[in-house]
Design a protein around this ligand. Structure first.
Ligand code: 8DG
Ligand code: MN
Ligand code: MN
Length: 369
């Protein structure tokens, strides 16, 4: 078994999209540590170092067994240098000193807190930190100027930091299905993101919406969002119009789909009982805030949008890197482009996109890279 394992370790494919990465894996102690280092690097503005840690963590997530020794790690792609010392420390001592120091540092904890607010990225968090913000109440005390999105994020902070359960995600699904159906029957509505990859909870619920008749999609998001708002189902929403994307150049992480970033007031299971009066505690909450992303894609772009919005983020990044560097093709969630011939390559399913890229199909539960 030793030589077989060693074989498996030295043959890990370099791109995450060439591997199967399950949600539950065997090396989470090490990957947690590497991901903290990656997050800290991104807080410091170093995307290159952040990516190096993400790649190493992703390789370990795809292993069929628990790493036993540092000798085994030496055969692994992307796991050299700094990552190797981290792996060694955890294998030998159970903890990595550098990670423990980071986790306890004021800067790391504050950046973690601030970037967990809806509408706050690393740059904003860093600016606020430098302005002296250490806790949420400092934002008001220091008269920090907030966007509407950030205001909503802070107002509903406690609800939003509570993970969304699968049951809640399914209730959101039935709410939006009912709302969208009022305007256009026969839509295809798919829950994407982490839930499609089999996660039992998430930080939001993501949906992709399409229809064979492109005309049917015109104005649909605006009408249904306005209707849900009128029903008191929305606490915040911002819709980004469809935009032209530079398709023939190397794709960025941004896409041009019409998208609604929202905070739903999801009614509780027992809110009906509460309405009818047999709910005793008077101050009981009848809803909770849940982050929801709604994406509309034209029918012919649907397979690409589905692939692009299912994630994980690292899996997506690797798919795009693979397409570009290995196939000379530019991939984004609108399509696949042959840059030389200046033409786009249609696909009718995710499976077909993998075939076009010369990759073995990776089902959503194995895209947890
Ligand atoms: P979570 O919510 O359970 O925490 O995890 P997740 O579902 O994997 O993360 P997510 O932040 O909701 O993102 C879901 C996928 O959507 C992920 O692969 C990245 C992708 N995504 C965005 N924004 C954009 C965007 O602007 N364009 C494209 N193409 N994809 C995006 O989050
Ligand atoms: Mn999500
Ligand atoms: Mn999302």
């Amino acid at each position: 078994p030793v030589s077989k394992d060693k074989d498996a370790l030295s043959t890990v494919a370099p791109y995450a999209c060439q591997r199967q990465t399950p949600l539950i894996h065997h090396n989470s102690k090490i990957t947690d540590a590497l991901e903290i280092l990656g997050k800290a690097a991104s807080f410091q503005g170093s995307e290159v170092r952040s990516l190096a840690f993400a790649r190493a963590a992703s390789v370990l997530k795809s292993l069929p067994c628990k790493l036993q020794s540092i000798e085994e790690a030496k055969n692994l792609v992307w796991c050299g240098g700094h990552c190797q010392t981290v792996i060694q420390e955890i294998l030998e001592d159970g903890v990595c000193h550098e990670v423990e120091v980071l986790k306890n540092s004021e800067q790391y904890q504050c950046m973690e807190l601030l970037t967990s607010i809806f509408g706050v990225g690393v740059r904003t968090a860093e600016r606020w930190y430098n302005d002296g913000v250490r806790k949420l109440s400092d934002l008001a005390d220091l008269h920090i100027k907030l966007t509407a999105e950030q205001k909503a994020g802070i107002e509903h902070y406690t609800d939003l930091k509570q993970p969304v359960t699968r049951d809640e995600a399914e209730r959101v699904e039935s709410l939006i299905t009912r709302a969208l159906d009022r305007f256009v029957p026969g839509l295809r509505i798919t829950m994407t993101g982490g839930f499609r990859r089999g996660k039992q909870q998430g930080h939001d619920v993501d949906f992709l919406i399409t229809h064979p008749d492109e005309e049917a999609l015109n104005g649909l998001l605006e009408k249904s969002v306005n209707w849900m708002d009128s029903q008191g189902l929305l606490l915040y929403h911002h819709t980004k119009a469809r935009s032209h994307v530079q398709t023939r150049r190397r794709s960025t992480h941004m896409d041009g789909h019409e998208t609604c970033y929202a905070i739903f007031a999801l009614p509780n299971h027992d809110s009906l009982k509460a309405e009818s009066g047999d709910f005793t505690s008077s101050g009981a909450c009848r809803w909770r805030a849940v982050r929801v992303d709604l994406v509309v894609a034209p029918y012919e772009e649907y397979p690409y949008a589905l692939l692009g919005w299912t994630g994980s983020k690292h899996f997506e990044r690797e798919l795009r890197r693979f397409s570009w560097h290995e196939k000379n093709l530019s991939l984004n969630s609108h399509g696949l482009y042959n840059v030389e011939k200046e033409c786009s390559i249609p696909a009718t399913s995710e499976e077909e996109i993998f075939v076009l890229l010369g990759l073995q199909y990776v089902p959503p539960p194995y895209r947890n890279a």
